[in-house]
Design a protein around this ligand. Sequence first.
Ligand SMILES: [Zn+2]
Length: 141
Amino acid sequence: MGEIAAMMLSGFYCEQCGCLIDGEETGYPRLCEDCARESKPKRKKTKNENAVIDSKLAEAMGYKQLVENEGYLWEPSTDMSDAWEVSERFGLDSISRNQENGTWTAVFKTNNGLIVQTESTAPLAICKAALKIIEGSKSDE
Ligand SMILES: [Zn+2]
């Protein structure tokens, strides 16, 4: 992998236009403000296999009404900026990429210990880990 690609994956450069974002390395790919603003309305709403994940998380985050009744586009399983909201809500400890097979591993710290999830993309790893947390807290009640 080239250095620029690595820097994009680490969030140093915008993953879409390659511009310098804010000099921070977040450890996950992200868009600069301009691309983030543009990419939202352009994105086509497709019913993907992760729609169930998105809808469960929307419910947990209190976005269900917005998404279902107002057509608000919120797809954390495929959109990193949406997934980041999930990360913050559920307490993401780390997100890292396996350099050998390209998979992403999200680690969340919870009262019941660590939740670890590995998936093909960073947002998906975050979302599936968050679902485990949601389902875990339900079964405790
Ligand atoms: Zn950009």
